[in-house]
Ligand binder design. Structure first.
Ligand SMILES: C[S@@+](CC[C@H](N)C(=O)[O-])C[C@H]1O[C@@H](n2cnc3c(N)ncnc32)[C@H](O)[C@@H]1O
Length: 249
């Protein structure tokens, strides 16, 4: 049985073709873990010109997405669904998307993603149709398609069976509350730059300690804000104190 189904409501379904037919996302669909319906909500407009937007009441520039097509599209999708899944509006005004939110969304069986375009949405869509609003960052894009793909990609890779190695999502940046430790691969020396000795030692305990400390160091240097909420051991705290004192080299 499919573990998670996405319904993506968009006016530009072709934007999803490359995304859904490449790499890990494609494999997740092939394995039957994920399924996706990309729905052109223009199909649900109520007039013969298939209008989906209109000028804003009160004047001003740009076009606003009308409520009817989106309400009708969602109601059509949910006609046989006993429980209402999250109906997520992609908008720069939404809650900032994080790994934590991706983990929460990955618990659901179905997600509906609404991609806006033009100047924005009629406010009644926000108030009476959407259950969640997500922003992928403090910048404005032309449409919600890329944000929807960002959300889908980050959620899909968390589903059991999607990544070959179950542990590879576990160590990712943010999953542990810290940024990930530095990674190296062959060759052991490249243009005179050597891979840290400990990684070649085969000593698993030392490697684990080194990785933990480098993750702490990297987070301390780049995103100290994350340390406030990360799960830290006494040993971690002692290492961070050393960094503060300038002796964590
Ligand atoms: C040009 S934007 C509209 C911005 C709108 N006038 C505002 O200030 O909130 C068009 C659409 O792109 C999407 N979008 C743009 N930036 C986004 C972001 N940072 N996160 C999520 N969606 C975004 C939304 O679906 C939005 O409705």
């Amino acid at each position: 049985m499919v573990r998670l189904h996405f319904d993506v409501l968009t006016l530009f379904p072709e934007m999803f073709t490359g995304f859904l037919s490449s790499s890990i996302v494609k494999k997740a669909h092939e394995k039957g873990i994920v399924s996706t319906s990309v729905v052109d909500f223009r199909e649900f407009s109520t007039d013969k010109h298939r209008t989906v937007d209109d000028t804003p009441y009160g004047g001003g520039s740009g076009m606003v997405l009308k409520p009817e097509p989106l309400f009708r599209a969602v109601e059509h999708l949910l006609q046989d669904e006993p429980e209402r899944p999250p109906i997520i509006l992609m908008t720069p005004q939404g809650e900032r998307f994080t790994q934590k939110k991706a983990e929460a969304l990955a618990e659901h069986r179905r997600l509906i993603l609404i991609c806006g375009h033009y100047e924005g949405y009629d406010e009644r869509i926000r108030q009476h149709l959407a259950t969640d609003e997500i922003s992928i960052g403090d910048f404005v894009l032309t449409g919600g398609e890329l944000p929807a793909m960002v959300v889908m990609d980050s959620v899909i890779r968390l589903l059991p069976g999607v990544l070959g190695n179950e542990s590879s999502a576990k160590d990712d940046s943010f999953s542990t509350g810290l940024l990930e430790y530095p990674q190296y691969t062959r060759p052991a020396e490249f243009r005179g730059w050597k891979v840290p000795e400990v990684l070649l030692s085969g000593h698993h305990q030392n490697i684990e300690r080194w990785r933990r400390q480098e993750a702490l160091r990297r987070t301390w240097e780049r995103r100290p804000d994350l340390l406030r909420t990360a799960r830290l051991t006494e040993e971690d705290r002692a290492f961070l104190r050393k960094l503060e004192e300038g002796s964590g080299e």
